[in-house]
Design a binder for this molecule. Sequence first.
Ligand SMILES: [Fe+2]
Ligand SMILES: [Fe+2]
Length: 310
Amino acid sequence: MNVISKITDGNPYARCIQASKRVRWDIDEDVIRGRRFDGADKFLPDGLSLADGFTTLSTDEKRFVSQIQGCTYANIFGLVERFINAKILELTHDHWFGDQVALEALVRFSDEELKHQALFRRIETMVGEVLPDGYRFEIDPDAVAHAVLGKSTWAVLALTLDIELFTQLHYRQAIDPDAELSELFRDVFLHHWKEEAQHAIVDELEWVRHDSGLTAEQRDRAVDEFIELVAAVDGILQARVKADSGYFAANCGRPVDEAEARGIEAAFLKAYRWQYVHSGAQHPHFGKVLSSLITENQGQRIQAALATLQ
Ligand SMILES: [Fe+2]
Ligand SMILES: [Fe+2]
């Protein structure tokens, strides 16, 4: 082991920089590679779309649901990465005149998040080419980012770590063998995960660092704000459920009666809450970091709030 690697081994920010350089990818050369989506493929794996929960649908209809959810996935990431990047840029301020290695790790993080937003915009457009007309995603990422950034840094970093850990689980779902899963979408999950793995480490470092400067009262208020953010995410998901199940019913090629429509909405809601809330909240590492920062009572408040989203 040489002197340089001994130094970086002891500095987690330096290790993130090294990993970020090693895995760096290009949208066209590495991910899209001139390919297009195929309407015969699933876009999200069954473990994320929770296809089995759409009990009244045929195999072809479940595939259509996975394509709608794939389009929403690209849009939701375009949305959350807007506020994540703004918060990371804000946090660089703490390192401007101090730890230049930490500063570089955050700048790389920000650069990658801008690239991810560009990737997800491309994916959204490409999915649009194979979906019937009429899919709309009318939530403004800047408006959401303004609202989220109105909460305390502690609360935003809690939500950010939650999100960046669940992208790792989403990748693991996507590499499960499934011949019907789009290879292009599989590559999106793979490449996103490669860079998000470093982001989750930086989130944790910054969250713990920021937490150490808070009073008990500030942290207690921040726990409530984290709960408010999770509720706001759920509000966005409920709006998507209405839009996406309506779009499905309008384009599936057969009548969907009221009772079936309610069942489809319930299945969409379960899938979206799994993808964007519970797969992160139940991540063992998220629970470990969170519980190291909060009291038992605060943990119970968070669990009680999550339990209302089942
Ligand atoms: Fe990302
Ligand atoms: Fe990220």
